[in-house]
Design a protein around this ligand. Structure first.
Ligand code: PRP
Length: 208
């Protein structure tokens, strides 16, 4: 019998959509569809074991081999650069990484720009490409508040519908990179469970 494939799913709306894709691809797991607070589910017949983890932690489980594969946003992969294989773009969870500012914000090129973000590495790389000196203010959420309270000049954050920006008097100024969910694999697991993971990847890609 083939080894079970351990799959880290991102908890939340994206994870639900991802699981639906896996189910349609032939990897159902009836117990995961029951209402409960369990975090680990397996279906030996389909050869899969699923875990629900915090979206930003998926790449940690996969990089360290606690999961063979997982689904992580490109934002997390760019920010943390985990040592994993990126196997496929699932085309789910589409959004973009943007610079946004208050509508009345006027930049002066010479000054140090104060940038609030959950993604300091992406922000630093973006501005170093423009040879712009910045002061990064690392926050953990509700980033949109920073420019409103004068904590920062701009934010670097994810924009999906643009509603959060709009409702807080902010506007997108630059798109840094488009984002979507990616299927990633542990490098060792990919070697030892090669056939199983390749087959999974093929079937998942066929669903998109
Ligand atoms: C993300 C992002 C924005 C919002 C954008 O927040 O940080 O706040 O979604 O979506 P919209 O363009 O559709 O309005 P998330 O829900 O991940 O929460 P957090 O950043 O506050 O943790």
């Amino acid at each position: 019998m083939m080894d079970m494939i351990n799959i880290a799913l991102p908890k939340g709306r994206l994870g639900e959509a991802v699981y639906a894709r896996f189910k349609a691809a032939g990897y159902p797991c009836p117990s995961i569809e029951e209402e409960n607070r369990k975090l680990i589910f397996e279906n030996p017949e389909a050869g899969v074991r699923y875990f629900w983890v915090k979206p930003s932690d998926v790449s940690i489980y996969v990089e360290r081999g606690a999961a063979d594969v997982g689904i992580a946003g490109k934002d997390i992969l760019l920010e943390y650069a985990p040592d994993v294989y990126e196997l496929a773009d699932l085309g789910l969870g589409k959004c973009r990484m943007c610079v946004a500012a208050r509508k009345d914000f006027r930049d002066r090129p010479g000054r140090i720009l104060r940038v609030a973000t959950k993604f300091p590495r992406i922000a630093a790389r973006h501005y170093s490409g423009q040879s712009r000196e910045i002061d990064i203010i690392r926050l953990n959420g509700s980033i949109e508040i920073a420019p409103i309270l004068g904590l920062s000049d701009v934010i670097v954050d994810i924009v999906e519908t643009g509603k959060t920006l709009l409702e807080n008097g902010l506007e997108p100024r630059e798109t840094i990179v488009p984002i979507s969910a990616r299927l990633i694999a542990n490098k060792v697991g990919y070697k030892f469970k090669h056939e199983g993971i390749l087959e999974l990847c093929r079937r998942i890609e066929a669903q998109s």
